[in-house]
Design a protein. Structure first.
Length: 117
């Protein structure tokens, strides 16, 4: 009887000690980053086609059938913008910007967009 009681006590103690530690196994969110580039569209990406007007006009025309992206011309990368970024990017179409957010693959989960100097 003592052995069963001790085993049960150890089992309960083990569960009590391990349960709080299981929270550490959860994935932590990536830190926010600030990326600099140009608000473009997913059709043109890094470079707008000739004859489409200035960068702003081309971006706004092309985004009617697409989505806004951040075009990092220095590093030759194009990042997708999440739903929040789609709304915030319209104001900065064709402009150089700083986008702050969490990067997940090639998608930025946007928290802020502001003009870059």
């Amino acid at each position: 009887m003592k052995t069963v009681s001790r085993m049960l006590t150890l089992l309960v103690l083990g569960v009590v000690l391990v349960t709080p530690l299981s929270g550490f196994a959860q994935k932590t969110q990536p830190a926010e980053k600030t990326l600099i580039g140009y608000v473009s569209d997913n059709h043109c990406g890094l470079k707008h086609m000739a004859g489409m007007g200035d960068d702003k006009s081309c971006t706004l025309m092309c985004v009617k059938h697409g989505k806004f992206v951040l075009a990092d011309r220095d590093h030759k990368r194009v990042y997708q913008l999440d739903k929040t970024g789609q709304v915030k990017a319209r104001e900065f179409a064709g402009q150089k910007v700083k986008v702050t957010g969490r990067l997940s693959g090639k998608t930025i989960h946007v928290t802020a967009i502001e003009a870059a100097s």
